[in-house]
Design a protein around this ligand. Structure first.
Ligand code: SAM
Length: 255
């Protein structure tokens, strides 16, 4: 059996009892980065052997893992964070297992896009996940322009290095909509910021973003969220003004 196992997106406590049980009982864990997953395994006294399974070796390793599954081994697939296959390695192995009639199942759990969507305050009834936007501006703008008229909530993953460029392009191509930036979900500095794309781009040009970020927007004219005010004194000292602070959490290295 191939087990697709979700793991925490930041807070080590966000793991299900089934995930722990499964990771303890399988013969092998195929992990995106074995050093990263080792932290999780150590936290829960899991001593199962691991093998690395990341984007660059996914193709080469799939055959060997499928062979082991055929021989009756139980393998758990995990990524560095969240749900394998969601902007992470896994799809190729899952597809091969499914094509070849190998039993597979999922141990659901954390997934950043769902966490960010729920927290954003944007409509959750219909949404689309766009993954990462293209790195090059022309391709990014083209993809964004194709979203004009979209009424569902749109979710992007984004690298902190490209947040400013992505926000500028969102502003230019989509008539400067309101964007929700969700950062460091489930971690110590979890926070959400809502503003127009151009204002957020200006903000992050001044204060370079650090950590893990998602962008969310809804282009329907009747969806508007109050901006987070800069003079709210409730923020914990660790959070800059202008962020909607949520109660404190943990970190991979700091349970
Ligand atoms: N498989 C993961 C999942 O289920 O969400 C996503 C992996 S993808 C390589 C990593 C991206 O997800 C990050 O660049 C960021 O956009 C988003 N992400 C992951 N963890 C996050 C967190 N704690 N807070 C905000 N965004 C996060």
């Amino acid at each position: 059996m191939l087990y697709i196992v979700s793991t925490p997106i930041g807070n080590l406590k966000d793991i299900t009892l089934r995930a722990i049980e499964t990771l303890k009982s399988v013969d092998l864990i195929a992990a995106e980065d074995t050093r990263h997953t080792r932290i999780l395994l150590q936290a829960y006294d899991i001593f199962t052997p691991m093998t690395s399974f990341f984007e660059q070796n996914e193709k080469a390793k799939t055959e060997g893992l499928i062979e082991q599954l055929r021989q009756g081994k139980n393998i758990a697939l995990v990524s560095d964070a969240g749900t394998p296959g969601i902007s992470d390695p896994g799809y190729r192995l899952i597809r091969a297992a499914s094509e070849q009639g190998i039993p597979l199942t999922v141990i659901p759990g954390p997934c950043a896009l769902i966490a960010g969507l729920c927290l954003s305050g944007l409509p959750t009834d219909k949404f689309i996940f766009e993954g990462f936007l293209p790195v090059k501006s022309a391709a990014r703008r083209k993809r964004l322009a194709a979203l004009a008229g979209e009424t569902r909530t749109v979710i992007f993953y984004e690298s902190p290095h490209r947040i400013v460029a992505a926000l500028q392009d969102i502003g230019d191509t989509l008539n400067d909509p309101q964007v929700v930036v969700a950062r460091e979900l489930t971690k110590k500095f979890e926070a959400v910021k809502k503003d127009q794309a151009s204002k957020l781009a200006a903000h992050f040009s001044q204060i370079p973003p650090k950590g893990e970020f998602m962008l969310l927007l809804n282009l329907s004219p009747n969806v508007y969220l109050p901006e987070i005010s800069d003079d709210n004194s409730d923020y914990l000292p660790s959070v800059q003004p202008g962020w909607d602070k949520h109660p404190g959490r943990g970190n991979w290295n700091n349970k």
